[in-house]
Design a protein around this ligand. Structure first.
Ligand code: 13P
Ligand code: SF4
Length: 301
């Protein structure tokens, strides 16, 4: 096994030398989340905070679309992704061409795109959203119908909450699509009184079984404030690990689905990124302005 302490000491030293800040998504493993990151959060917080950093270099301990969003908001900074293969099944599910076809089929209907998407898709988008602000963004448009891509389940969950009609795309998160209502009911039987929190990337039938649904930051806040005796987080595994350290009085029941993309980011790959200043995220010039606008509009709501 690698020596975590050695990697951690090297990363802390390299951060200073490189004038770098490490942003970590809530799905990163505890040694990344608790020991070396400067800013932690959900996709929305990472997009916001990326803009406020002073350092010259941003290391994204998260997946590729998060690093792209950080670069869109910080064109003059160096943005590093420790493993460029850290993708996302949602971002992979749709192309710019697919979006153009949807717009042609539904002229005038605004396109709301989940940040879990490529820069090329964002460039075809009116406004982005995350799971933390999807409802607010959709409602801010003041229309009765939107094209909401690429997460079909998020769109259906938001349609249920808002009554706004959604034209969807069959993209799914490979982590959250695997949960089933039966599984949740079985956990409830095994753990009477357990409080169930589900991410809105889960199928609507799963969200219907939960006591609360929200982004990773929403779930974190729920646990921190409510301090349930026993909680079931219907989301990626590392959330329970990270929250358990912060909430010692709460017992975590763990239905564990790993995101293989998030797990490509390790202490070793972060150390390597800082040592070599690789891999640097770049955005094609032709897409930059239009893609950035879709994120700026989101942050302005
Ligand atoms: P949030 O952290 O914004 O809830 O997103 C979850 C996710 O799956 C990110 O890839
Ligand atoms: Fe994409 Fe799902 Fe992994 Fe998040 S957890 S990066 S949405 S595949």
């Amino acid at each position: 096994a690698r020596n975590y302490a050695d990697d951690i000491a090297a990363i802390l030293r390299l951060k200073q030398e490189r004038n770098a800040v490490i942003l970590a998504h809530n799905y990163q493993t505890p040694e990344i989340f608790h020991c070396i990151s400067d800013i932690r959060g959900d996709s929305l917080a990472l997009a916001r905070e990326a803009q406020r950093t002073e350092e010259r270099v941003i290391v994204m301990a998260g997946v590729h679309f998060m690093a792209e969003t950080a670069k869109l908001m910080n064109p003059d900074k160096t943005v590093l992704i420790p493993d460029s293969r850290a993708g996302c099944s949602l971002a992979e599910s749709i192309t710019a061409e697919n979006v153009r076809a949807l717009k042609a089929a539904y002229p005038g209907v605004p396109v709301v795109t989940y940040v879990n998407s490529s820069v090329a898709v964002k460039a075809e988008t009116d406004i982005c959203c995350t799971s933390g602000n999807a409802r607010k963004i959709v409602e801010s448009l003041g229309v009765s119908r939107v094209i909401m891509i690429p997460d079909e389940f998020l769109a259906r969950n938001i349609q249920k909450e808002t009554g706004i009609e959604m034209i969807t795309w069959p993209g799914h998160c490979e982590v959250h699509e695997r949960f089933t209502p039966l599984e949740i009911r079985q956990y409830r039987r095994m753990h009477p009184g357990v409080v169930v929190l589900a991410h809105p990337e889960c199928p609507p039938e799963v969200v219907a079984e939960a006591d609360y649904s929200g982004s990773t930051a929403g779930m974190m806040e729920f646990v921190a404030v409510q301090q349930p005796r026993k909680v079931l987080l219907v989301t990626e595994c590392s959330m329970s690990d990270n929250l358990a350290a912060l909430n010692p009085a709460v017992e975590f029941v763990r239905p564990c689905n790993l995101c293989p993309h998030m797990k490509r980011i390790t202490l070793a790959s972060i150390r390597h990124a800082l040592e070599t200043m690789q891999e640097e995220v770049t955005i094609p010039e032709a897409l930059f302005a239009r893609a950035r606008l879709s994120v700026e509009r989101m942050l302005a709501v």
